[in-house]
Design a binder for this molecule. Structure first.
Ligand SMILES: [Zn+2]
Length: 106
């Protein structure tokens, strides 16, 4: 009896992520949204997004990042290139941060 060959998990997850992000609303989807939609843990989302961003570039599409912002003072993490949620606000040190959201353009 031979074991069934499992699908290539990485590419399947990324395909599901890409599909979710392509049909995302203008406000984008957060890591939490994506983890629920795709069935991966929230902390794994950033890693998959990094790979997805590279493959999107090859296709001529783009991963748009809607930056995180501080709920206390409104500071926007515009220059942040990472896909994870920042730990604290550099301006007021608050830790209540509205997480970044993502969508695919093109
Ligand atoms: Zn702040």
């Amino acid at each position: 009896m031979s074991a069934p060959v499992p699908p290539a998990r990485g590419s399947t997850v990324r395909g599901a992520l890409e599909a979710a992000l392509t049909s995302a609303p203008e406000s984008g989807l957060t890591a939490k949204d994506l983890s629920a939609l795709v069935g991966i843990s929230e902390k794994d989302v950033a890693g998959h997004l990094e790979h997805l961003e590279k493959s999107l570039k090859v296709q001529g599409a783009r991963l748009e990042v809607l930056p995180a912002s501080c709920l206390a003072c409104g500071f926007t993490f515009k220059d942040r290139r990472r896909f994870t949620r920042p730990g604290a606000c550099p301006q007021c040190r608050a830790t209540r941060i509205d997480p970044p959201a993502f969508r695919v353009i093109g």
